[in-house]
Design a protein around this ligand. Structure first.
Ligand code: NAD
Length: 486
C-alpha cells in the first residue's frame, strides 16, 4: 500500500512515520528543501516509541521516498494525506492538483484543524473522495483521528477510510455533523481562552496553569475523559445528581468563555517570557523526547488495563498478530517447536539487550502454545481448569538484541494425570545458538477449589505421546539443577 504525504511538517512528518511503521510505502511531497531532515527527526522519535507500544512484531517498515512533484507523489497512492499550512486557498490549490493525478480510489484525508469538509470539497473534481482526518500531535503515538466526511462522501468511502486508519493503529472518531474545528479543538479552544485570561489578569503563570492540569484533572481526563469522570463525582446517585448539584454553578460568572483577550504584544511577550522561564532549560527536541517517553509510559499502563487508549493498542496488536509472525510452529520436530517470533523493542533493557523478565514471558507464552497444541484452549481455562506453575528454574546463556528472530522448543521430561515437567529452550533463529532455558513443573488444578486434580484425558494422552517421542533425547544438562550448581 502506498501513502502520499503532501506537506511534510510537524503533522505530515508524523503521519509519514505512522504509515511507514505499519508497513506502508510513503512518498512525501513538500517544496521545503529541509523536508528530509525534518521528517528524519520525526521518524527517529517515532521509531523509539511506537514499536515500544506493541506486544507483537510490527510489520517490516515500508519504503520512504521524496517526490520531485506532487504528481509523482500521488500517482498510484491508496491514501493521500494533505498536511499543508492552514490556509483554505492553499488547500484548494493542493487538493485540485492531487485529484488531477491520484487514482480515483485514493482517499484524500486532510489534517485541517478547523475547516469543514464541505469547505475543502468546494470546486473539487471528486468531492466524494475528500474528508477530514484530523490527528493529534504526536500523530505516531496518539491514536485519535477525527473523521469528518460531510454529505458529499458516501458511508462506504467513510467506512473504508476508518478501516484504513484502524489498520495503522488509529481510532477514527466519526464526527457526524460538520462544524468549525470539529470536536476536540473546539473544546481545547475554550480551555485555551480561559488560560489566556488567567495570565492576562495576573491570576496564574503558564507554569501554574500547566500544574493545575497535569497534577490533577489532566490525569483523570487522560483515562476517563470528562463525562465518565463527572459520573464518579456524582457518586452512587450518579450523573443526573451531579448535574443538578453543580450545573447551576455554570450560570455564575466563573468563566470568560465568550470573550477573547486581545493578543497584543504585551500579552504575547508575557506568555512567551513565562514559558521561557518555565521550560526554556529544555530544547524543543528534548521536550519532544520527554513528552514521547511519558506518553509511552501512560499508554502502556492503560494497555495493561485494557482501558481508554490502551484498548486501542490491544486491538492494534490483535490486527498485527494476524498479519505477522507470532506464529505457533506446527512442525513435527523433536524437541517440539513452539513459538517463532522476533525480540520486540518493548523488551529491550537499558543495556540494549532483552530484559530478564521478558524471557519468562517468552517461556510462559511457549507453555500456552504447548497447551493449545494438545487442545487445552482458552475455553478449557474459562471452564475452570488450568496448569499452575509449581516450580521453575530459568537460565540465561546469551544476549539477544532488538528485532532478532528467535524460536522456542519444549522437551517433555515427564507427564502423568496431574503433573507436567517441561524443559524449554529459546534459540536465536539466525544461528540456532541457545539464548535461555526454563525448566518448569506444572500441576493441573481445579481453579475454584485450588485442588490438584487430573487433567483432561485426551490432552494428557497427547502430552504423554510427546514425552515418549522425547524420551530418546539426551537429558538436558541442567535439568534438575539448582541455583549456583554450575
Ligand atoms: P507545518 O508548518 O509544520 O508544516 C506544513 C508543511 O507544508 C511545511 O513543511 C511546508 O513546507 C509544506 N507546504 C507548504 N506548501 C506546500 C505545498 N504546496 N505542497 C506541499 N507541501 C507544502 O504545519 P503543521 O503544524 O504540520 O500543520 C499542517 C496541517 O495540520 C494544518 O492544516 C494544521 O491545521 C493541521 N494540524 C496541526 C496540528 C499541530 O499540532 N501542529 C495538529 C493537528 C492538525
Amino acid at each position: 500500500m502506498k501513502a502520499a504525504i503532501v506537506g511534510g511538517g510537524v503533522i505530515g512528518g508524523a503521519w509519514a512515520a505512522r504509515f511507514l511503521l505499519h508497513g506502508w510505502d510513503v512518498v512525501v511531497s513538500d517544496p521545503n528543501p529541509k523536508v528530509a531532515t525534518q521528517v528524519a527527526a520525526i521518524l527517529a522519535n517515532a521509531e523509539m516509541c511506537l514499536p515500544a507500544l506493541a506486544d507483537v512484531p510490527m510489520p517490516p517498515r515500508g519504503k520512504l521516498s521524496y517526490a520531485n512533484s506532487l504528481r509523482e507523489a500521488v500517482t498510484g497512492a491508496d491514501w493521500v494525506q494533505e498536511s499543508v499550512p492552514e490556509q483554505l486557498a492553499l488547500k484548494h490549490k493542493v487538493i485540485a492538483e492531487i485529484q488531477a493525478h491520484a487514482p480515483a480510489h485514493a482517499i484524500l484525508g486532510s489534517s485541517t484543524s478547523g475547516f469543514k469538509p464541505s469547505e475543502l470539497q468546494e470546486g473539487a473534481s471528486r468531492p466524494g473522495q475528500i474528508l477530514v482526518a484530523h490527528p493529534f500531535n504526536p500523530v505516531y503515538l496518539l491514536p485519535l483521528a477525527e473523521v469528518v466526511a460531510g454529505e458529499a462522501v458516501s458511508v462506504k468511502v467513510r467506512d473504508q477510510a476508518c478501516e484504513i486508519l484502524r489498520s495503522i493503529g488509529m481510532e477514527p472518531l466519526v464526527v457526524r455533523h460538520e462544524i468549525d474545528a470539529h470536536i476536540a479543538d473546539r473544546f481545547l479552544e475554550a480551555v485555551w481562552r480561559e488560560a489566556l485570561w488567567l495570565i492576562k489578569d495576573d491570576i496564574a503563570t503558564t507554569e501554574e496553569i500547566d500544574n493545575a492540569i497535569r497534577y490533577g484533572f489532566g490525569l483523570r481526563w487522560g483515562q476517563m475523559g470528562l463525562f465518565e469522570t463527572y459520573r464518579l463525582a456524582g457518586g452512587e446517585e450518579g450523573m443526573a445528581h451531579f448535574i443538578r448539584q453543580f450545573g447551576p454553578c455554570l450560570a455564575w460568572p466563573w468563566t470568560k468563555l465568550m470573550d477573547v483577550p486581545e493578543l497584543d504584544e504585551e500579552l504575547v511577550n508575557k506568555i512567551a517570557s513565562q514559558s521561557d522561564a518555565q521550560s526554556g532549560k529544555y530544547s524543543i527536541r528534548e521536550l519532544e523526547a520527554i513528552r514521547d517517553r511519558n506518553l509511552v509510559g501512560f499508554l502502556r499502563s492503560l494497555k495493561e488495563r485494557d482501558w481508554g487508549a490502551g484498548r486501542i493498542l490491544n486491538q492494534n496488536d490483535k490486527r498485527l498478530a494476524k498479519l505477522a509472525s507470532v506464529a505457533v510452529e506446527s512442525s513435527a520436530a523433536v524437541p517440539t517447536r513452539l513459538l517463532k517470533s522476533t525480540v520486540l523493542p518493548a523488551w529491550i533493557d537499558y543495556n540494549g539487550h532483552m530484559t530478564e523478565y521478558r524471557y519468562v514471558q517468552v517461556f510462559s507464552d511457549s507453555c500456552e502454545a504447548l497447551l493449545r497444541r494438545v487442545g487445552l484452549h482458552d475455553k478449557y481455562v474459562a471452564a475452570g481448569h488450568s496448569y499452575y506453575t509449581a516450580e521453575s528454574h530459568n537460565q540465561y546463556f546469551d544476549e539477544v538484541g532488538v528485532n532478532e528472530p528467535y524460536y522456542t522448543t519444549a522437551q517433555i521430561l515427564m507427564c502423568d494425570a496431574k503433573r507436567l515437567h517441561v524443559f524449554y529452550r529459546m534459540h536465536a533463529a539466525a544461528d540456532d545458538r541457545l539464548l535461555a532455558s526454563l525448566e518448569a513443573m506444572y500441576l493441573h488444578a481445579h481453579m475454584q477449589s485450588g485442588k490438584v486434580v487430573a487433567a483432561d484425558k485426551a490432552a494428557t494422552k497427547k502430552l504423554m505421546a510427546m514425552a515418549a517421542a522425547h524420551a530418546d533425547l539426551p537429558k538436558p544438562e541442567s535439568a534438575g539443577r539448582f541455583v549456583g550448581q554450575r
